[in-house]
Write a new protein. Structure first.
Length: 157
């Protein structure tokens, strides 16, 4: 569960990107932030994994204040899809998905095996695994990015 409690982000120049956001995202639910450009959607998302620090309020992940967790450790337990997919253009889909698993110490063989399993879980045909991002449709590209940003096979959120 992700809980925003009165979260705000104001930049040093006085620009308010997020103002007093309070929201609870339940476990196993899907939440989509919708709004015009510049309304704080991406800023709110980036505050969850501490890519941006809030200036006020707290963000809790499964009841624990995210501010007290190391950012790298926090990110390893979060599955998310980035805007514009975020795939590395010089690597195949399966190698993109395996990247974080390799960084956490899995062998190349283990990481690739887990990557094929994750691609199947999100409904992608195994033939896409050997393609490069430029060879994918927009939907396949976004779907391929999801397991790559979910570094454990079962992220906590």
């Amino acid at each position: 569960m992700i809980t925003f409690r009165g979260v705000s982000k104001t930049y040093p120049d006085g620009t308010s990107a997020v103002d007093g956001l309070s929201l609870t995202v339940e476990v196993s639910s899907m939440t989509v932030f919708v709004g015009p450009s510049g309304c704080g959607k991406t800023t709110a998302m980036r505050m969850i994994n501490r890519m941006i620090e809030p200036t006020e309020g707290t963000i809790e992940i499964n009841g624990s204040d995210a501010a007290y967790r190391r950012p790298a450790q926090l990110r390893q337990g979060i599955g998310y899809v980035m805007q514009h997919a975020g795939l590395l253009p010089h690597r195949t889909v399966v190698d993109n998905v395996a990247t974080v698993l390799r960084l956490t110490g899995q062998s190349r063989k283990e990481a690739r095996g887990a990557s094929y399993e994750m691609l199947t879980r999100v409904g992608l045909d195994e033939s896409l695994a050997r393609r490069y991002p430029s060879q994918l449709s927009g939907g396949s590209s976004s779907a391929s990015a999801w397991p790559g940003r979910s570094p454990r096979t079962r992220p906590s959120c």
